[in-house]
Design a protein around this ligand. Structure first.
Ligand SMILES: NC(=O)c1ccc[n+]([C@@H]2O[C@H](COP(=O)([O-])OP(=O)(O)OC[C@H]3O[C@@H](n4cnc5c(N)ncnc54)[C@H](O)[C@@H]3O)[C@@H](O)[C@H]2O)c1
Length: 332
């Protein structure tokens, strides 16, 4: 039986990936320090014999007894609220955490998959973004802690691949949404849904003409799974290319949540990208992957999940963002 390690297992995407690997027959060890994740995301696996959870910071020395076949490195604060409040931890997770996880892959002869991000393209000057595009990132802006940590993580992954012959994969994840997101994690989908369900006006940064594309989590996880089974070492974009403006998106949420349309405008945050859309032709060609869940279907599922989990989500209200830039905003 194949043995997989998933760092960041208690997070939004990590927990869905654990579920997918268990369904595929893997034995899985999750590692998490719960800095932004929630063990409740894995509560349904409490009695699952094929799953174990280790509470550990991946930036620290990392060793696991026995064989390991595949390592999926997802551990990192990922939302703007989180990485602006946790700038040093974010840099450490991307740099030291990736170094530790790659070291483990090398020692065990395991393959390694890095969860990278569309943020490595920064505020892109090329549209849509192909993997060949090198990006337009401000290294010293507030978002640089996340973008540059991921860029370093990609460079380190390629160095282990070229220099040590480790079998590696890099997935560049574009905005993904779905059940198990935190209501106040600063990403636009839970922000809008939370405001809609609480009867508050939806906050639009700027005039709302900036565009985003949103991928449902089940589609994203399938892309990651297929990539992990493929020979591809080059970065692969996984996301949904259906692009819409933040204004259109806010209106769609109001319609699906069946509430009257109430919007308020606030100034655009620093370095907020104006356009984001993946070119997914490489994922199609190399993995045979295409997103299957349309936005309305995915949003209905997500709104329903937030409706039934709002008592949990409310507890998060106590943890208000402390960084002045760390407000709910239009991208992740
Ligand atoms: N969700 C998205 O739209 C998106 C987009 C691009 C990239 N990503 C990447 O996917 C990965 C998962 O993102 P997510 O949305 O699930 O975020 P998340 O915050 O829900 O999950 C991240 C998990 O990593 C854990 N973690 C953070 N630092 C750690 C450390 N030093 N040691 C151990 N655990 C640590 C957190 O506690 C959390 O459980 C991240 O690497 C993120 O950069 C996500």
């Amino acid at each position: 039986m194949a043995f997989a390690v998933v760092t960041g297992a208690a997070g939004f995407l990590g927990s869905h990936l654990v579920d997918r690997l268990l369904r595929a027959g893997y034995q899985v060890l999750g590692i998490d320090n719960f800095v932004t994740g929630n063990p409740n995301n894995l509560a349904h696996l409490e009695r699952e014999p094929q799953f174990d959870l280790l509470a550990q910071d991946v930036s620290e020395f990392l060793d696991i007894p026995g064989k390991v076949d595949q390592i999926f490195h997802l551990a990192s604060p990922a939302s703007p609220v989180d990485y602006l409040n946790l700038p040093i931890q974010t840099l450490k997770a991307g740099a030291l955490g990736t170094y530790r996880a790659l070291g483990l892959a090398k020692a065990k002869g395991a393959s390694f998959l890095l969860a990278s991000t569309s943020e490595i393209y920064g505020d892109p000057l090329v549209h849509p973004q192909k993997e060949e595009y090198w990006g337009n990132v401000n290294p010293i802006g507030p978002r640089g802690v996340y973008d540059e940590a991921k860029r370093f993580a990609e460079a380190l992954t390629m160095a282990y691949h070229r220099h040590h012959g480790v079998k590696t994969h890099i997935v560049r994840i574009f905005n993904t949404y779905g059940p198990r997101m935190r209501l106040h994690d600063g990403r636009v989908v839970p922000a809008f849904i939370g405001q809609a369900l609480e009867g508050k006006p939806l906050t639009i940064f700027g005039d709302g003409s900036q565009t985003r594309s949103f991928c449902y989590c089940a589609d994203l996880i399938e892309g990651i799974f297929l990539l992990s089974q493929s020979p591809s070492a080059d970065p692969v974009n996984i996301g949904n290319p259906t692009e819409l403006s933040i204004l259109e998106f806010a209106r769609l949420i109001c319609r699906l949540a069946a509430i009257p349309e109430r919007l308020e405008h606030k100034p655009l945050p620093v370095d907020d990208p104006k356009q984001r859309r993946p070119d997914i032709s490489r994922a199609g060609k190399e993995l045979g992957w295409l997103p299957r869940v349309d936005l309305e279907t995915g949003l209905r599922e997500t709104i329903e999940w937030f409706r039934t989990h709002r008592p949990d989500a409310r507890k998060e209200e106590a943890a208000k963002p402390s960084h002045p830039e760390a407000t709910e905003r239009s991208s992740s």
